[in-house]
Design a protein around this ligand. Structure first.
Ligand code: CTP
Ligand code: MG
Length: 224
C-alpha cells in the first residue's frame, strides 16, 4: 500500500518568537520543514502534502524544492490544518497516512517506519511515545495530587492511520465542534484503538528558542 503524509507547517511559532513562521526557521542552514520532509521520505513515504501559512507560499516552495511535495494552505488550528491536508491527498482510502509536525524536524526515519509497520500490521492508529521523566502532579481544585508517571507516556509524531479512517474521524470532529490536540485523539473520538510504538528523543518538538540549541547539538552528534 502507498504511504502518504500530511506535514503540518502552517503555525506561526509564537513561542519560538522568530520573524519567520517556525517551519521556515533554519537549523544548520536547512529549514525545519525541509528536514522533516526529508526524514519522512527517508522513512519510505511516497506522497507529501505540506500545510503552509498564507503569505509564505514562495518561501515554502523554495525550501521544499526537489522534494516533490505539494503545498496547501493550513487553517487556524493544527486540527483544521490536518483536515485540509488530508483533503488534498490523492491516495486511496486504504493508503497508510502519517501526520507529522514540521516542528519535529529531526524525527529519525526508523520512527517513521515503526509507525507505518504498526498500521500495515493491523493497528487502527499508531503513535510514537516516550516515558515521562519528571514527576507529575495534577492540579485539582485548590490543591494537587501526584500522578503515577509509570502510567504516562509523552506522544510524538508521525501519527499513523488508514487515510479513510483518519479523514472520517476529522469530519466527525468538525461536525460535532470538538477540538483535540492530536490525530490519535481524533481517531479515539470515533472509538478506534490507539497502538503505541517507541518514539525517539530526536523527534522532540521544537517549541522554544532553547529547543533549537538542543536540536543543533543533536545534529552535531549525528555527524560524529
Ligand atoms: N500547525 C499548523 N496549523 C496551525 C497550527 C499549527 O499546521 N494552525 C503546525 C505547526 O506548524 C507545527 C505543528 O502544527 O509544525 C505543531 O504545532 P506547534 O508546535 O504548536 O507550532 P505553532 O503553533 O506554530 O507554535 P506556537 O504554538 O508556539 O505558536
Ligand atoms: Mg501551536
Amino acid at each position: 500500500v502507498p504511504v502518504v503524509t500530511v506535514v503540518v507547517a502552517a503555525g506561526s511559532g509564537s513561542r519560538l518568537g522568530a520573524r519567520l513562521p517556525k517551519a521556515l526557521v533554519e537549523l544548520d542552514s536547512v529549514a525545519l520543514v525541509r528536514r522533516a520532509v526529508d526524514a519522512l521520505l527517508d522513512g519510505g513515504v511516497s506522497e507529501v502534502v505540506v500545510t503552509v501559512p498564507v503569505g509564505h507560499e514562495e518561501a515554502f516552495r523554495e525550501a521544499l524544492a526537489g522534494t516533490g511535495s505539494r503545498l496547501v494552505h493550513g487553517g487556524a488550528t493544527r486540527q483544521e490544518s490536518v483536515r485540509l491536508g488530508l483533503a488534498a491527498l490523492a491516495a486511496p482510502d486504504d493508503a497508510v497516512v502519517l501526520v507529522h509536525d514540521a516542528a519535529r524536524a529531526l524525527v529519525p526515519p526508523e520512527v517513521v517506519q515503526r509507525v507505518t509497520s504498526a498500521i500495515v500490521d493491523g493497528a487502527d492508529v499508531a503513535v510514537p511515545v516516550l516515558p515521562v521523566v519528571d514527576s507529575i502532579r495534577s492540579v485539582v481544585g485548590g490543591g494537587s495530587e501526584v500522578v503515577d508517571r509509570a502510567m504516562l507516556r509523552a506522544v510524538q509524531t508521525p501519527q499513523g492511520a488508514r487515510l479513510g479512517l483518519l479523514r472520517e474521524a476529522h469530519e466527525w470532529l468538525r461536525r460535532d465542534g470538538v477540538e483535540v490536540t492530536d490525530d490519535a485523539a481524533a481517531c479515539e473520538y470515533r472509538g478506534h484503538r490507539v497502538a503505541l510504538v517507541p518514539g525517539h528523543r530526536d523527534a522532540m518538538k521544537i517549541t522554544e528558542p532553547v529547543d533549537l540549541v538542543f536540536a543543533s547539538a543533536l545534529l552535531a552528534e549525528r555527524k560524529n
